[in-house]
Design a protein around this ligand. Structure first.
Ligand SMILES: *Cc1c(COP(=O)(O)O)cnc(C)c1O
Length: 481
């Protein structure tokens, strides 16, 4: 050992690895969903120092089984209902393997033309599958995450607000810049405001409707007007389609009208729910995008069967983003870029280098077709609807009424307990359920109360798994607080 793995060795070990993954898929239900290791346990199982001499790949697979697997939480387990799903699928895994096999770094068109052009094509395919507006066609790019996408959008918005010249000096010319979100907006927006130097103090919290938790456009209007009057430069508002906490949907059209009046960039964060628009019956979530969205992002790596990481960012006009992010050192100059006929996606993201991520999304779309993708989303929506109807029918429980996607938020009523004690009891119930190993739930707080979140959407989750989870929840709650 110690030399490069020959193609012959790769073939042998590669087949073992593929078998290992297929075995894992077959026996995934035999694992407890949530890893049971204590902090430091995996670390302690690993040698403190790297080996001096190489070993066969059998040794890696043996350690994988003995040391690593106990510390793995099984996101593809059919009882995984925590956070949002992070779907994996056979075609996505194989597409990722091909990407690794090619080992391409696609920073420029010239560094691998297919890496750029396949990405342009699949971004358009996804836009068509989701029926996104024409203004986004040709203007999509794969990012690592929705967080990265909103940072890029904010940089583009800052560039536009600054009149289109890249910031040469720190401090935005001495003017305060502001960003508008709600209490339900994902934390990545505040993070982006910190990273850009806008600062968390200049992030305005727009009120939400107390029932639906949707952003109030009239309050947004008032906040922007007050900031303008105070001499600030309003830069970007973020509307969310499917908030992380409860999948609330902001009124994108009304928010967009406010943004248009004030010349504020509208970013629409549809990280989890955006892909639901593969189903025509859910396309109402795209309302207002065609007229008002400057940027839009959704994560095939959550609910659309594509292994993490794969976020799609679409721009109505890529120019301010490229203006904000393009720097051309001598060593990257090349004839293709100079011709203006090609896209260099390095100017559409924070890092320079980029993986050939389009391969896995391409594999997924080709394998499933629009039909298969719709079927997957519909299964999640149907199972969530059935679960919600069982919870609703149980007088011991309360369920949030708005649940258009795969997430159901609910809590036991714990009749007779004061709110604080009831919330603590709900959290204890969740811990007992998660300790059982059969399922994994997380929680949120909405309307001042702790709620359990059950997000359905793992490809392996079927009717029986949801029924079994509900039976466990009901029985465990019946055992008392
Ligand atoms: C999950 C989520 C994000 C963050 O997604 P990453 O891709 O992990 O950065 C952002 N916004 C919303 C609404 C989300 O649900």
């Amino acid at each position: 050992m110690g030399g490069h793995m020959t193609p012959e060795e790769f073939r042998r070990y590669g087949k073992q690895v593929v078998d290992w993954i297929a075995d894992y898929q077959e026996k995934i239900e035999s694992y407890p969903v949530l890893s049971r290791v204590a902090p430091g346990e995996v670390l302690a199982g690993l040698p403190e120092h790297p080996p001096e001499t190489g070993a066969g790949f059998e040794a890696v697979l043996a350690d994988l089984d003995q040391v690593i697997m106990p510390g793995v939480t099984h996101w593809q387990h059919p009882g995984f209902f925590a956070y949002f799903p992070a779907n994996a699928s056979g075609p996505a895994i194989l597409g990722d393997l091909l990407s690794a096999g090619l080992g391409v770094q696609g920073m420029l068109w010239a560094t691998s033309p297919a890496c750029t052009e396949l990405e342009t094509r699949v971004a358009d395919w996804l836009a068509e599958l989701l029926d996104l507006p024409a203004r986004f066609r040709g203007n999509g790019v794969i990012q690592d995450s929705a967080s990265g996408a909103c940072l890029v959008a904010l940089l583009a918005a800052l560039h536009r607000a600054g009149g289109g010249s890249p910031p040469a000096r720190a401090g935005f010319g001495g003017r305060r810049h502001t960003v508008y979100i709600s209490s339900q907006t994902h934390s990545s927006l505040e993070k982006a405001a910190r990273i850009t130097g806008i600062g968390a103090d200049n992030v305005r919290l727009v009120d939400v409707d107390p029932e639906t938790l949707a952003m109030d456009p009239a309050h947004l209007d008032a906040l922007i007007a007050a900031d303008v009057a105070a001499g600030a430069v309003p830069v970007l508002a973020c509307a969310t389609v499917g908030t992380t906490s409860t999948t609330a949907v902001d009124p994108v059209r009304a928010i967009g009208e406010v943004c248009a009046r004030h010349g504020v960039w509208l970013h629409v964060d549809a990280a989890y729910a955006g892909v639901a628009a593969v189903c025509p019956e859910l396309r109402w979530i795209n309302d207002g995008l065609a007229e008002h969205a400057d940027s839009y992002s959704t994560n095939p790596h959550k609910w659309l069967l594509t292994n993490f990481d794969c976020n799609l960012l679409y721009l109505a006009d890529p120019e301010p983003m490229v203006g904000a992010l393009s720097i051309l050192p001598e060593y990257l100059r090349n004839a293709a870029s100079a011709s203006g006929e090609v896209i260099d996606y390095r100017d559409w993201q924070i890092p320079l280098g980029r993986r050939f991520r389009a391969l896995k999304l391409w594999s997924v779309i080709r394998w499933y077709g629009a039909e298969g993708l719709r079927e997957h989303v519909r299964t999640g929506v149907r199972l969530a609807g059935e679960l919600a109807s069982w919870i609703e029918a149980d007088p011991g429980f309360e369920v949030r009424p708005d649940r258009p996607f795969g997430l159901v938020c609910f809590r036991p009523r714990w009749e007779g307990l004061p709110p604080d004690e009831a919330d603590a009891a709900t959290l204890r119930l969740m811990e007992r359920l998660n300790d059982s190993g059969a399922l994994y739930l997380t929680h949120t707080r909405a309307g001042g109360r702790v709620l359990l979140r059950m997000a359905i959407g793992a490809p392996a989750t079927r009717d029986a798994h949801v029924r079994d989870a509900w039976r466990r929840i009901r029985d465990e709650a019946a055992a008392g607080p």
